[in-house]
Design a protein. Structure first.
Length: 17
């Protein structure tokens, strides 16, 4: 999800740490 960028999500397809 796009929220992966803001929140440190588990394994979001859109998580950019």
């Amino acid at each position: 999800t796009a929220m992966g960028r803001q929140v440190f999500a588990q394994n979001d397809s859109d998580s950019e740490y």
